[in-house]
Unconditional design. Structure first.
Length: 283
């Protein structure tokens, strides 16, 4: 930062910084050709309706298998894709591919399922974002109500007005909007009132500490009640133990997602989960 570089300031060569920078450049270089080379795949993690114990839908999660780098976690490349704006074409591919998957599922099964897609704030800033979402849904013949767009609080750090306007248009078209990672980082309760939401996804950070101890359940109980009072569906993320599921059931939380049910799996496996012995009944 320019204002920090006063007279008395000197910069020490930082080796960690240097390697991190090179690492980013390296990733970005390979990321550039990844879409064209078909190196991305979507995995699907089931979401389960607690009351019925049935799979109600899936969250689509991107996977990158680079011939040069091997499997790279989205935690390592989404940020770089955002900074380089590569997230715009990658994100559009994710949206269309996830809709295509759901369209195929709906064609085979009589039930209606939902698909949740993570959307970057950079995508939301594109002028044609609403049209792309409408087109992706129409192309795959899925009802807008079956497509949920997951956003994070980072929408508040960018051109807020422009983004909220788009979210309102999408909501009016019937699409669902979820606030992801609620409770992680700097989420503020006032966000809940300012966004046209359908769903609240409670971050794993609130699920991890859940034990039989009543005190550990205070936050989750309050969040579920708050979400419901606001007319939102509440989904718990990162559920790993059956004891957590039991507690969530008592709080009235609507849905769960986590390793307890299933890890994110490739498309073929996701279809098998729906066609399994319980016909999608998993708990
Ligand atoms: P997220 O949207 O909050 O997705 C949930 C993450 O938690 C996923 O990590 C999932 O594999 C992981 N997870 C689910 N259940 C459990 C559990 O029980 N225990 C633990 N330890 N982890 C669990 P993943 O797939 O590595 O994705 C990480 C993040 O990368 C996502 O967090 C999302 O922010 C971002 N991301 C993934 N795919 C996309 C994408 O297509 N577009 C965008 N813009 N971001 C994406
Ligand atoms: Mg998500
Ligand atoms: Mg999340
Ligand atoms: Mg997230």
């Amino acid at each position: 930062r320019a204002k920090d570089s006063g007279k008395n300031r000197y910069v020490v060569y930082d080796k960690t910084m240097h390697t991190e920078f090179n690492e980013r450049l390296h990733l970005e270089k390979h990321l550039r050709g990844a879409l064209e080379n078909k190196e991305f795949e979507l995995f699907y993690q089931p979401q389960v309706d607690i009351a019925g114990g049935q799979i109600s839908g899936f969250e689509a999660l991107i996977r990158w298998n680079s011939p040069e780098l091997g499997f790279v976690s989205p935690l390592a490349f989404i940020r770089i894709a955002e900074d380089s704006r590569l997230i715009v074409p990658i994100g559009e591919w994710v949206l269309r591919e996830a809709c295509r998957f759901l369209g195929d599922v709906q064609a085979k099964k009589s039930c209606t399922y939902k698909i949740s897609v993570n959307i970057s704030v950079i995508q939301l800033l594109q002028d044609d974002f609403v049209e792309i979402v409408l087109d992706a849904a129409q192309e795959s013949r899925i009802e807008p109500g079956c497509l949920e767009l997951e956003i994070t609080e980072s929408v508040f750090m960018e051109s807020y007005e422009r983004i909220v306007g788009k979210l309102e248009r999408l909501k009016a078209e019937g699409f669902r909007i979820a606030l992801d990672d609620f409770g992680k980082g700097y989420s503020s309760l006032s966000y809940l009132q300012q966004l046209p939401l359908s769903t609240l996804k409670v971050d794993k950070a609130f699920i991890d500490p859940l034990t039989e101890d009543a005190y550990s359940q205070t936050f989750i109980r309050t969040i579920v009640a708050l979400g419901h009072d606001m007319g939102l569906e509440v989904v718990a993320e990162g559920v790993e133990r059956s004891s957590q599921l039991e507690i969530l059931e008592h709080t009235g939380c609507d849905k769960v997602q986590g390793y307890l049910i299933s890890r994110p799996v490739p498309e073929k496996h996701a279809l098998e989960l729906l066609n399994g012995p319980g016909n999608g009944k998993v708990c």
